[in-house]
Design a protein around this ligand. Structure first.
Ligand SMILES: C[S@@+](CC[C@H](N)C(=O)[O-])C[C@H]1O[C@@H](n2cnc3c(N)ncnc32)[C@H](O)[C@@H]1O
Length: 270
């Protein structure tokens, strides 16, 4: 006989909504209730709990379990060279870079690293391995571990332009058949760190380009404003903030930014 499914009650869902909003700024609306129930099922099974309330109590008192919950509830879809226009823009800005300082990029919601490694492959071909540096951050510790390894399903390689693919990707064999590994020379150019966009991250330093793509969609407007204000503290004056083509921040009163084109903004003043 199969066990009856464990149902998430409205009260339990409300508690989870609050925890995820407070921790990550993410707004989970009613339509996400069954997704939450399904994704947390693994954690419930881990503890052999039969009521979500028991699990919520653990989350409230245990930071490690809060991190686990965030790992389960964030949406991490990404792919290489997503929104290619932005990589064309990156290439055009990088090829004009004249400063002796390495050209710097922050992938501020990096997921499993496709955005950071796409930037690295491109910048390596334009500036050489000493000419750039890249940091990727995310709140989800599980995706960061995957990003550090740099191993992806073979089908993901299709999005990488062939000339970069041959230099930057290694085809897997044996146990790794149907996967590819980012070349170690590229992997070593990218650092991945845990980082919450709700908090200032001044220790990361200042960047020429910041990617903040496909994450603002999970926030409400008040949180979006906080996140953008925090993020551009790490942008050099004259540097560019790139959000997704499907997102907009034009309605937010952020006076340091000027809209350029294709969801790209320039920072004009500190
Ligand atoms: C859909 S992915 C976007 C990946 C990549 N930027 C792209 O456009 O392909 C969104 C990422 O944002 C991360 N995220 C959500 N809330 C966050 C927060 N408060 N701080 C940092 N990262 C967050 C998620 O863990 C997830 O990996």
């Amino acid at each position: 006989m199969t066990n009856p499914p464990i149902t998430l009650t409205d009260n339990e869902f409300a508690l989870i909504q609050k925890i995820i909003f407070d921790e990550a700024g993410i707004t989970l609306d009613e339509s996400k209730k069954s997704m939450v129930q399904n994704r947390l099922f693994k954690r419930m099974a881990h503890y052999k709990f039969t009521k979500f309330n028991d699990y919520i109590r653990v989350v409230q008192f245990n930071r490690d379990e809060r991190i686990e919950m965030i790992n389960q509830l964030t949406t991490n879809e990404t792919y290489f060279f997503r929104e290619m226009l932005h990589f064309d823009f990156l290439a055009s800005i990088a090829s004009k870079h004249r400063s002796p300082e390495p050209f710097s990029v922050w992938s501020a919601a990096a997921s499993v690293g496709a955005e950071a490694y796409s930037s690295a492959m491109l910048l390596d071909s334009i500036l050489g391995s000493n000419g750039y540096q890249i940091i990727g951050t995310d709140i989800n510790t599980e995706v960061l571990n995957k990003a550090r390894i740099g191993l992806y399903p073979e089908v993901w390689v299709d999005k990488i332009p062939p000339e970069l693919r041959s230099k930057s990707c290694l085809k897997g064999k044996g146990t790794y058949a149907h996967q590819f590994l980012i070349h170690p020379n590229i992997i070593e150019k990218v650092t991945f760190k845990e980082g919450n966009l709700l908090k200032e991250q001044q220790e990361l330093g200042k960047f020429d380009i910041i990617f903040l793509r496909n994450v603002l969609i999970y926030f409400n407007d008040a949180t979006r404003e906080i996140v953008v204000r925090n993020t551009i503290k790490n942008l050099k004056v004259g540097g560019f903030l790139i959000i997704s083509l499907t997102e907009s921040i034009k309605h937010l009163p952020i006076e340091q930014l000027t809209y350029i084109e294709n969801s790209i903004y320039r920072k004009e003043t500190e």
